[in-house]
Design a protein around this ligand. Structure first.
Ligand code: GDP
Ligand code: GDP
Length: 453
């Protein structure tokens, strides 16, 4: 299940990333002061009332300039819009409408996506309305005066926005698990692929809208479809002479991004290498579920390398083996290869699991009782008001606290461990978002909730 996406569009420096951070409540994201910086698209989970969505910041959109990076940024914005359920077009209320705003507006009016107009930097309530009114001419409907920095006005904007977002329970649940098989050259990826596909005729399908040579293979077991991602990348090397050091990490990164579950294939003989660690790091960054597959187990001398020793080695070198399952297989003999798919099912299930707010708060209460939040030097105690799971894939829990800065890394890790111990989530990374909230706002949220029940 994929959450609806909201694309944030606008020229550079109008405050898009500030607004994204405001909506997603992620304090750690960076605000760039430099116009025209290329950025990869990052999706941040956000929610408003009972709706959840992903906000995606696009780089600054500029049409009539030919700086080297601009076509790329524009392409990013277009790609982001193509998959969005709605867009927020951000303009700068202090400068008033510019020629570039008009160009973007003209383009946006032709797109089949609902667009809301956010007039940013309107800190003053009275002045803000006047500033916003100047943007009626863009022909995109009502301009909403907001201040991304202060958070004012965003409530009205979000109230309007969620009309365009489907509630989570109505989203189509595509019953297909996307798997990326990644690993260094020669670890046995293509052997594994062949073992999966076996005699049965693989359905090989090019994916529309991507490079022609990204080809997926579909397999089916017990009514469950698995899409093995970018199998062309795995097979290709059979026909091409690459040096042993050639390693298309970029291709692997792309496959990871598209996957639900990553099979990180390790060569049992070589053990965990730096490249494996790099891939593992990316799996976590992308929030993908993962199964560690130790291949060529048939070739290991079992007396010298027992599973127990091996697991210890993995734990030392791959820090996420604590939450992922590890399986020892042989693509060559087929030993335990089918069992991989059972672990994939389990990881995919956990990756999209949703835990109720009441359970999360039980865990939190218990955790805080054992170990109270840190006290700052000035004697102020950190306080967790409540937590709630704001999204899945990966499970993401927002914690509303009096002051996020008071919660040091130690305490944050402690809370994460508690969630792991109490809630499981085997096979998937989990994310915690620490948000500072005024007690007053928390009351409002609670009142809203009560009103809905
Ligand atoms: P982006 O390039 O569109 O992503 O813009 P940024 O979010 O990086 O913001 C550009 C500049 O505008 C930064 O210096 C921000 O501090 C400032 N800014 C962003 N939002 C507001 C706002 O609501 N009010 C004011 N006064 N400044 C803002
Ligand atoms: P890829 O580069 O990751 O796709 O790796 P390949 O599937 O091409 O395999 C590289 C080499 O390792 C080949 O010579 C395979 O026969 C061998 N190999 C793959 N899987 C196994 C295995 O489970 N056991 C043993 N002993 N060799 C394997």
């Amino acid at each position: 299940m994929r959450l609806p996406i909201v694309a944030i569009i606008g020229r550079p420096n109008v405050g898009k990333s500030t607004l994204v951070n405001r909506l997603a409540g992620e304090q750690s994201a960076i605000v760039y002061d430099q116009p025209g910086v290329t950025r990869d698209r990052t999706y941040l989970p956000a929610f408003w009332r009972d709706r959840e969505f992903m906000v995606v910041d696009t780089g600054g959109l500029v049409f009539n300039d030919d700086t080297e990076f601009l076509p790329l940024i524009r392409q990013q914005a277009m790609a982001a819009l193509a998959e969005a359920s709605a867009a927020i077009f951000v303009v700068d209320g202090r400068t008033g409408p510019t020629a570039a705003d008009e160009e973007i507006a003209t383009w946006l009016r032709q797109q089949p996506v609902p667009v809301l107009l956010a007039v940013n930097k309107c800190e003053s309530p009275e002045q803000g309305l006047i500033q916003a009114a100047e943007f009626w001419n863009l022909g995109l409907g009502e301009p909403f005066p907001v201040s991304a920095i202060h958070g004012s006005g965003t409530g009205d904007l979000l109230d309007k926005l969620i009309n365009y977002l489907q509630p989570v329970q109505d989203l189509p649940d595509i019953n297909e698990i996307k798997i990326a098989i990644v690993g260094r050259p020669n670890v046995g990826k293509s052997s594994l692929l062949n073992a999966f596909v076996g005699e049965e005729r693989a359905i090989v399908s090019p994916i529309s809208g991507t490079t022609r040579d990204a080809i997926d293979t579909e397999i089916e077991r017990n009514g469950q479809t698995y899409r093995l991602i970018d199998t062309a990348g795995i097979r290709k090397k059979k026909n091409v002479e690459y040096g042993p050091e050639f390693f298309s990490i970029n291709r692997a990164f792309k496959a990871i991004r598209r996957a639900d579950v990553v099979l990180l294939v390790i060569d049992a003989i070589d053990g965990v290498t730096e490249q494996d660690q790099k891939l593992a790091g990316r799996v976590i960054e992308e929030g993908r579920a993962c199964v560690v597959v130790v291949n060529k187990w048939d070739a290991v001398d079992k007396d010298s390398y027992t599973i127990y020793d091996y697991e210890k080695h993995l734990q030392e070198r791959l820090h996420f083996t604590e939450w992922s399952e590890t399986i020892f297989v042989s693509a060559l003999t087929g030993q335990r290869v089918e069992k991989i798919l059972e672990l994939v099912n389990q990881a995919a299930e956990e990756h999209k699991r949703r835990v109720s707010t009441s359970v999360i708060n039980e865990v939190l209460e218990e955790a805080v009782r054992w170990h109270s939040p840190p006290v700052s030097r000035s004697g102020k105690q950190g306080k967790i008001y409540y937590g709630t799971q704001v999204s899945t894939q990966p499970p993401t829990i927002a914690l509303f606290v009096n002051d996020a800065k008071r919660f040091n890394d130690n305490y944050r890790r402690y809370i994460e461990r508690q969630f792991r111990q109490q809630l499981g989530f085997k096979g998937t990374p989990i994310r915690l978002i620490w948000r500072s909230k005024k007690a007053r706002d928390v009351e409002n949220v609670n009142n809203n909730r009560a009103a809905r029940v």
